[in-house]
Design a protein around this ligand. Structure first.
Ligand SMILES: *Cc1c(COP(=O)(O)O)cnc(C)c1O
Length: 238
């Protein structure tokens, strides 16, 4: 199991490197986040001990369940799933960044809690660049307004933009939802923002479109949906 994870990690780093070379980009500008949903703590530990520094969970419950087993490890933890307002207090125990900020009420709740804890938090604004109803994220034409609203909170520091993008069997169909995130960054005039996009299936494309952080699960830890007939998108976002 350990050998598999290590060789999978090497393969993913190789893909990132090759995609950067092709795009004429510096490999240092693309971080790898391990998407660890449904992955047991022993496997996560192996990846971290192999040198990985950044993990993301989609559910507060999973952070809670795995906390005891992983708490000795120095690793940056991000929240990457849909966040309910009533889970804010809990999630703040585990993370230094929330990548799925997509609405004002959530920003307000975060601000309230962060103020009482006297701390600041990095956030990414999640954008629904694929325009799918099943996806969370602020609509592309409402990003600017949400960014302005979030900037008003001293406790929240906007570090970047995040999207899940369109998942399709045809890779080229996924490109517009990735290039759109880059265009939005440019439109905002905020070139310093990081772009979090690209997963197992589309990381090369995402890097070509300017991603600074790819979030990879399946290519490292194997298929979560083994035994299930179809890819269920709701599982990756809920
Ligand atoms: C699961 C997940 C990923 C990783 O997806 P894989 O296809 O397994 O690499 C990335 N981002 C988010 C938000 C996810 O939920």
């Amino acid at each position: 199991m350990k050998e598999t994870i290590i060789s999978n990690l090497q393969a993913v780093h190789q893909r990132i490197k090759a995609a950067c070379a092709l795009a004429g980009r510096d490999v240092q500008d693309v971080q790898l986040l391990l998407a660890t949903k449904t992955v047991p703590p022993e496997k996560i530990r192996m990846a971290i001990e192999a040198g990985e520094t950044l993990i993301g969970e989609n559910k507060v419950q999973e952070f809670r369940d795995k906390h005891e087993a992983l708490k000795d490890l120095r690793v940056e933890r991000h929240f990457i799933g849909h966040l309910q307002t009533n889970k804010v207090k809990d999630v703040l125990k585990y993370v230094s960044c929330i990548q799925s900020l997509d609405r004002l009420p959530l920003a307000q709740e975060l601000d309230k809690r962060l103020q009482s804890e006297g701390r600041r938090l990095d956030v990414f604004i999640q954008v629904n660049t694929s325009y799918e109803e099943s996806k969370f994220g602020v609509a592309p034409d409402a990003v600017e307004y949400l960014v302005k609203q979030v900037q008003a909170f001293d406790t929240l520091h906007i570090k970047g933009l995040m999207t899940i993008g369109l998942l399709d069997v045809e890779v080229e169909k996924m490109r517009p939802s990735l290039s759109l995130l880059r265009e939005i960054k440019t439109r905002l005039g905020m070139e310093h923002l990081k772009l979090s996009m690209g997963m197992s299936q589309d990381l090369e494309l995402a890097i070509a479109e300017g991603s600074n952080m790819v979030r990879v699960g399946t290519s490292i830890f194997g298929n979560r949906f083994l035994g299930k007939e179809i890819w269920n998108e709701n599982e990756i976002i809920s």
